[in-house]
Write a protein that binds this ligand. Structure first.
Ligand SMILES: Cc1cc2nc3c(=O)[nH]c(=O)nc-3n(C[C@H](O)[C@H](O)[C@H](O)COP(=O)(O)OP(=O)(O)OC[C@H]3O[C@@H](n4cnc5c(N)ncnc54)[C@H](O)[C@@H]3O)c2cc1C
Length: 452
């Protein structure tokens, strides 16, 4: 009896035969796979807006979206503040500044067309200490430079006209900032995509990408197939395609790595925990009330956000999550944690902001401490007026030197698979507001890179 791995043929003949059989098997397998021109990975607001834009531009091509969850938009796109940002904060000339300002107009227009409820309740960014006034002024100038419409500076009395329970020295007022449910917007993008002929696979967790090597391509084409990339999923049949766009949010670095692209920038998950104002106290807040942000951090600081359903959320804070999808303090994923703590960039950042980080955990656990921060803006707020609310986890990209990547990042790679993939690697806030303009930019990059 022959043992495992034994063979009666000479070694070189056996190797050639195995390779031939393997490539025939692969060709047969490819020929039976469902194939697409482009597969978009990630059914969040960015993946769905991108897929929608691509199918609108190329109605004769075949597109699919694959999403690992059984529903669309359950991560960042379904767990956020629900604000339509106006574009004040972002560095002039950055993608964030450009795509947010454009995205706001596109978002309101889309909601009008689809009759998705929104409210332009406005927003004030409030300085409560003299030392914050120069930063407030800088933000106002930035807003003007970024082309944010109808901005105004308010004095103490004017703040009260907009927000009767808020106190401050001065504020920037942005009347066009609004609120809506971004998950509903994302689901509408998905419905548009399906209506235009696109396929959406939920419960499809991409585990790998493979590409038939150049030498096999002619054989692949002979079999009537010009879709060399195979998208593999866990416990599902693979799909074949010509090109891939990944919009993986909290997993964007791991998806990039699977396609042979560099792992950096890495994603570091920052949980944002909200408090909720009790219903009988919602009169305290009319629109969005934000602090002057600390320019050293990419997050905006805890704020008051009315929701489109009438509730009011307070927060979110920013604490390192022990799991990429860790919505509770007790959610720990050992792989994610080892991955994060093993990253030099994160260790550097933790060392640099150690006191702030510990303070954020403390304020997250002790409700009265978080309320103290909020009382700086609405002094009549009491601890008994608030209850614990939900949480979201931000996908924040970070370089190996610990620098938080501020702008949106889109890139691809080289080699067989890398040259057929485009990754959305960093799409943090205002990613939802900018979703339609991000989609246009990604579609342009896809057309340019892949000659669609
Ligand atoms: C707490 C918080 C508050 C925010 N507030 C605002 C705000 O008020 N306004 C605003 O404009 N923006 C806000 N943002 C930012 C905004 O939510 C994000 O920019 C946006 O949702 C990003 O969308 P996305 O599609 O890239 O990511 P996601 O919504 O996270 O979608 C990525 C999808 O990819 C899927 N996926 C990952 N890996 C795989 C795989 N291997 N196979 C298949 N599928 C996979 C995931 O399941 C997920 O559904 C906030 C974000 C957070 C977290």
């Amino acid at each position: 009896m022959l043992g495992k791995g034994s063979c009666l043929l000479p070694r070189n003949v056996a190797q050639k035969t195995t390779a031939l059989l393997r490539s025939r098997k692969q060709t047969r397998c490819l020929a039976t796979q469902t194939s697409y021109d482009v597969v978009v990975v990630g059914g969040g607001i960015v993946g769905l807006s991108t897929a929608r834009e691509l199918i609108i531009r190329h109605p004769t091509l075949k597109f699919a979206v694959v999403e690992k969850e059984n529903e669309l938009s359950v991560h960042q796109s379904g767990k956020n503040s629900g604000v339509v940002h106006s574009g004040i904060y972002y560095t002039p000339g950055s993608l964030k500044a450009k795509l947010c300002v454009e995205g706001l107009d596109l978002a309101y227009k889309y909601c009008d067309e689809k009759k998705i409820p929104y409210k332009k309740c406005g927003k004030i960014i409030v300085a409560v200490e003299n030392k914050e006034l120069p930063e407030l002024n800088k933000l106002y100038q930035r807003g003007l430079e970024n082309g944010v419409k109808d901005l105004k500076v308010l004095n103490s009395k004017e703040i009260k006209d907009v927000e009767p329970y808020c106190e401050g020295l001065a504020a920037i007022f942005s009347p066009n900032t609004g609120i809506l449910d971004w998950a509903e917007v994302a689901r509408n993008y998905g419905a548009d995509f399906k209506k235009a002929g696109g396929d959406i696979y939920t419960g499809f967790e991409v585990s790998d990408f493979t590409c038939s090597p150049e030498s096999n391509r002619s054989q692949v084409k002979e079999a009537g197939h010009s879709h060399p990339v195979t998208v593999h999923g866990k416990n599902v049949s693979p799909l074949s395609c010509r090109y891939v766009v990944t919009c993986g949010g909290l997993y964007s670095d791991r998806l990039a790595e699977k396609s042979g692209c560099p792992k950096d920038p890495r994603i570091v998950p920052f949980r944002g925990e909200y408090l909720k104002l009790k219903d009988e106290k919602s009169f305290l807040v009319k629109g969005n009330i934000y602090p002057v942000p600390d320019p050293n951090f990419p997050f905006l600081g805890v704020h008051f956000t009315p929701r489109i359903d009438g509730s009011v959320w307070l927060g979110p804070n920013a604490v390192l999550a022990f799991a990429r999808e860790g919505y509770k303090l007790t959610d720990v994923n050992v792989k994610d944690l080892i991955d994060a703590l093993g990253y030099r960039g994160l260790r550097k950042l933790m060392f640099q902001y150690f006191t702030f980080g510990v303070g954020e955990y403390y304020r997250g656990i002790v409700k009265s401490e978080q309320v103290k921060q909020l009382q700086r803006y609405v002094p009549s707020l009491k601890v008994e007026d608030v209850e614990r609310g939900p949480a979201g986890v931000r996908a924040q990209a970070m370089d190996s030197d610990g620098t938080l990547v501020d702008d949106f990042v889109f890139d691809g790679g080289t080699g067989d698979i890398g040259s057929r993939v485009l990754h959305v690697r960093n799409a943090p806030s205002p990613g939802a507001t900018s979703s339609l303009s991000i989609a246009k930019m990604v579609a342009e990059k896809v057309e340019e890179r892949f000659h669609l």
